[in-house]
Design a protein around this ligand. Structure first.
Ligand SMILES: C[S@@+](CC[C@H](N)C(=O)[O-])C[C@H]1O[C@@H](n2cnc3c(N)ncnc32)[C@H](O)[C@@H]1O
Length: 286
């Protein structure tokens, strides 16, 4: 088959997706040396039988709904490609907003200890580690398989200032890590288990542990808000990603817990996406 023929074939087979042409090129770039400009420059270029076979297998998986990131076993996030598999959430570009905001708060030569709760593929922890080499990042997850993906990514990307711990939120921390942090950041599961959104797009293929939380999606968020003050040093910062309809309730929750400087932030689509707050002031004794 020629480049023009296989491109045409892929676009037709991927017509059910949101962006058939860009998905076709994403697959082509992984299976062949050709780039979009080659479609004009050399449309008759020969595609090897092995590459055609590979592309046909991938497109069949895509037609069955399997996310492109799981097919190619990688996802671009921040400034690098992360290895991903079905054990981890596919990192979302909206999560980059949290990283962008946080980096803007502290200069490059600052020294901070950061806790990333529920690290998944390591997306947040590794981006922070790479951007702030003097920061010490502790990343946790309750999923052992997710942690091995995150460790692999940290190694591949040279993020040597991240350490990984297995366990349930703060319970993952043991004696070997600092007891208190300057920054706690998390993108925890926050979707209610009856939310129809779980049936859409890539979500049916992603791990439930990464998506679903009880109490209408608030359980993990509330747990982190309640326990974070014990693990934050003054004036430590808490940063939480959340669903676009959860911000108002979370801000009330943070106020009740007496956090300071509570702010709500939007993502790149202008949807409410994350909250930031400083450690609550200690109550003065009467
Ligand atoms: C929404 S995903 C976020 C992954 C990654 N931080 C990101 O932004 O792409 C939530 C992560 O929390 C982890 N998780 C769920 N319950 C947990 C718990 N009780 N303790 C620690 N991690 C948990 C999941 O395994 C998953 O990796």
């Amino acid at each position: 088959m020629t480049l023009a023929e296989i491109y045409q074939y892929l676009c037709v087979k991927l017509s059910h997706t949101e962006s058939p042409t860009s998905e076709a090129w994403e697959l082509l770039r992984h299976a062949t040396p050709w780039q979009p400009k080659d479609l004009i420059a050399r449309p008759q270029a020969d595609i090897t039988p092995d590459a055609v076979l590979q592309l046909k297998q991938w497109v069949t998986l895509r037609q069955q709904g399997k996310p492109l990131a799981y097919i190619l076993e990688k996802k671009h996030f921040w400034k690098f490609d992360l290895a991903v598999n079905e054990a981890v959430l596919i990192p979302r570009s909206d999560t980059e907003c949290l990283i962008e905001w946080l980096l803007a708060q502290f200069p490059e030569d600052s020294t901070k200890t950061v806790l990333d709760l529920g690290t998944g593929s390591g997306a947040i922890a590794i981006a922070l580690a790479v951007e702030r080499p003097h920061w010490h990042i502790i990343a946790t997850d309750q999923s052992e398989t997710a942690l091995s993906v995150a460790k692999h990514n940290a190694m591949t990307l040279g993020a040597t200032n991240v350490s990984f711990y297995l366990g349930n939120w703060f319970a993952a921390l043991d004696q070997s890590v600092p007891g208190v942090f300057d920054i706690i950041i998390s993108n925890p599961p926050y979707i209610a288990n009856d939310d129809p959104y779980l049936q859409q797009g890539d979500l049916p293929f992603e791990p439930k542990i990464a998506l679903i939380a009880s109490h209408q999606g608030f359980e993990a968020l509330h747990h982190i808000i309640a326990l974070a003050p014990t693990f934050l040093q003054a004036p430590g910062l808490l940063i939480l990603e959340h669903g676009y309809q959860q911000q108002a309730q979370l801000m009330v929750q943070l106020e009740i817990a007496q956090y300071q400087n509570i702010q709500g932030h939007c993502d790149y689509q202008s949807n409410p996406r994350f909250v930031t707050a400083s450690k609550p002031l200690r109550k003065e004794s009467p």
